[in-house]
Design a protein around this ligand. Structure first.
Ligand code: M6R
Length: 616
């Protein structure tokens, strides 16, 4: 949540910062701001609303200078107001700071600073941090210097409890930018005669693909030619320069009107990429070196716990079915936000997987750390290779889905499901599964990209169905077995981007209460492919129809029964029951997308949301 970018170089900083900020808008879009060093002073522009508002403000009176910092906000402390927009300043007005994270003890620090004579302009925790650094800087004697500013930052950060990814400038020191991180991501981009700091490489990939992913407690100081990384804990900090795997093109919408639609349409490739090089027909198994576990260790697993949030949690729910069906390993899934407060009894041979597209979700990171604290091997299933979860986990599997920018998770979900299937196959094959069963799973997996292409061709039909139901005030999503979590995922997609209330339930739960809601005004979406529970789903559809509830069904092509009971049917190609969620979810993604577009919603940036939820 919140995105920051900092630039120091020879070019005009404002357009570079604004462009970077646009790429980070998925991290928050309540307000935005920029501060530029100009003529020995600081020029600031900030306002509520999207980057486009800031851009208009800047066009009226552009600040010029080649050093600057900027921020896009997802409000935590203090309402969405111009005053609360970043950058924030210290008491002297010479130091400007942008921050992603939460200063938990800000109130105590603020009260203390007020007693010392500081006055605040905003309600934010960030302004407290700016004042604290400024206080230490001003208290130090001597000439303005980089060392004095870094020492002041160190002193301030030692007083702070919480998380931060920050960048700051000081008008006394027009040739430096200082950044620091703890708990919130920060990357340093190395250019030629220019350097960058940003919350995410997508903000700087247009300028450089050489990046250093900073670690917690790193303090980075950049000038035009050099950079230096020290540790808050003392001394220099080790670092590695990585090549960013994707280019500027990968973070563009291309021909699509929205990132979400682009990402839905990327799924035939991203599903292929999730399994690329990981299947062995010869051994009829999956190869996942990143797990860093020997065959004996894998065989010794007695129980698995899967954890994540939102869409990743829905993938975990399907993972539970997959691991039990294909690998016969008792598996449980738990919301990452509940995991560490639950104190689940776990034997020492329990393996934990945390699932996260961004790899930065605070609750999932907390679950990872809690599980490790208790001595469990904890593996990550992440998309963002440089993320905190990817780096802190004891091993794992990358999704290789490319950047997912739309706030609604789409392609990351199907990649997570492919990976959970690969893990289940691997574990099944070293236990009870026969070679022919393993080969069957591989063949089914390899057919997925083509089947996904077939579904995407139904885009127009799905749009028409969405338009037909665009007056609905609420919707029900129902499915059984592997497709019960898909019902929950379909409901989440609908809620978050169209603001239509939706709920996902196991179809059989209808008669235990939910059926009371059924009226001609409440459409139900049944995920009912021809699987082992198909007949049961048909009965549940009949129950809804008997109460005049409209029904949209997702069924298997060639099935004639659904047409007789449902009002609209969207057909997907036939596939194994355990892989069906990878197909059935796609019409639901498109349904939510088209309905949201029809209702005029901002699909890629739904209200109140942010892509990476880095606060608890
Ligand atoms: O980056 P993560 O996978 O950890 O994110 C988890 C959730 O915040 C995320 O899936 C969220 O629910 C999406 N907006 C759902 O579309």
């Amino acid at each position: 949540m919140c995105g920051i970018v900092a630039y120091i170089g020879k070019s005009d900083a404002t357009p570079i910062l604004l462009d970077g900020l646009r790429r980070l808008e998925y991290r928050g879009y309540d307000s935005a701001g920029v501060a530029i060093i100009n003529d020995g002073g600081l020029v600031v522009r900030k306002c509520v609303g999207r980057i486009s508002n800031l851009s208009e403000l800047i066009q009226r009176d552009p600040p010029h200078g080649s050093v600057g910092i900027c921020h896009t906000r997802w409000a935590t402390h203090g309402g969405v107001t111009d005053e609360n927009a970043h950058p924030h300043f210290d008491q002297s007005g010479k130091l400007a700071l942008v921050h992603n994270g939460v200063i938990e003890n800000y109130q105590t620090l603020r009260d203390e600073l007020i007693r010392e004579g500081h006055t605040f302009k905003s309600q934010t925790d960030t302004e407290v941090l700016a004042h604290l650094v400024g206080k230490h800087y001003d208290a130090a004697k001597g000439e303005p210097s980089k060392a004095r500013l870094i020492d002041a930052l160190r002193a301030a950060l030692k007083q702070v409890i919480g998380t931060y990814g920050i960048a700051m400038i000081h008008s006394d020191l027009p040739d430096f930018i200082v950044g620091a991180r703890r708990g919130s991501p920060l990357v340093l981009g190395i250019g030629k005669g220019e350097n960058f700091l940003a919350s995410d490489v997508s903000a700087i990939v247009a300028h450089t693909r050489d990046a250093v992913y900073l670690n917690d407690y790193d303090i980075a100081c950049i000038d035009r030619e050099n950079f230096e990384i020290t540790s808050l804990l003392g001394g220099r900090s080790g670092y590695e320069v990585s090549k960013v795997e994707f280019s500027e093109k990968d973070v563009d919408k291309g021909e699509f009107p929205h990132y979400m639609l682009k990402e839905i349409f990327e799924q035939p490739e991203t599903v292929r990429d999730a399994m690329r090089g990981r299947l062995s027909l010869e051994e009829a198994t999956a190869k996942l070196g990143g797990l860093e576990m020997t065959a004996a260790e894998l065989r010794g697993i007695e129980r698995i716990v899967l954890s994540g949030c939102g869409t990743a949690f829905h993938a975990a729910m399907i993972g539970e079915y997959l691991l039990e069906t294909l690998a016969h390993i008792p598996t449980e899934c738990e919301f990452a936000s509940e995991f560490r407060y639950r104190n689940m009894p776990m034997t020492k041979d329990t393996l934990v997987f945390v699932i996260s597209q961004s790899g930065e979700t605070a609750d999932t990171l907390a679950a990872l750390r809690e599980s490790q604290r208790k001595g469990h091997r904890t593996l990550g299933i992440c998309n963002n290779v440089a993320s905190t979860i990817a780096r802190e986990s004891d091993g794992g599997v990358y999704m290789h889905a490319g950047p997912e920018i739309g706030v609604a998770a789409t392609k990351s979900f199907t990649s997570q499901l492919v990976i959970l299937t690969l893990i289940s196959l691997l574990l099944g094959r070293i236990r009870h599964q026969s070679t022919s069963e393993g080969i069957r799973v591989i063949e089914e997996l390899e057919e997925l990209p083509e089947k996904l292409r077939t579904i995407l061709k139904l885009n127009d039909q799905i749009r028409d169905v969405a338009h037909k139901y665009s007056d609905a005030k609420a919707m029900m999503f129902l499915g059984r077995q592997f497709n019960f979590p898909v019902a929950m995922e379909g409901a989440l997609k609908m809620k978050e981007i169209s603001y239509i209330h939706a709920a996902g339930h196991p179809s059989a739960e209808l008669k235990h209460g939910v059926i009371a809601l059924i009226t001609p005004e409440l459409p139900s979406v049944f995920i009912a492919p021809e699987d082992s529970v198909f007949d049961k789903n048909i009965s549940n559809i009949e129950e809804v129809k008997a109460r005049k509830g409209p029904v949209i069904a997702i069924g298997t092509e060639g099935c004639t029964q659904l047409e007789k009971v449902a009002d609209d049917v969207i057909y997907i190609p036939k596939c194994a029951d355990y892989l069906s969620p990878i197909l059935t979810v796609v019409p639901l993604q498109l349904l939510a997308y088209h309905l949201a577009v029809k209702l005029g919603c901002d699909v890629d940036k739904p209200r109140n949301l942010a892509k990476s939820v880095t606060v608890e």
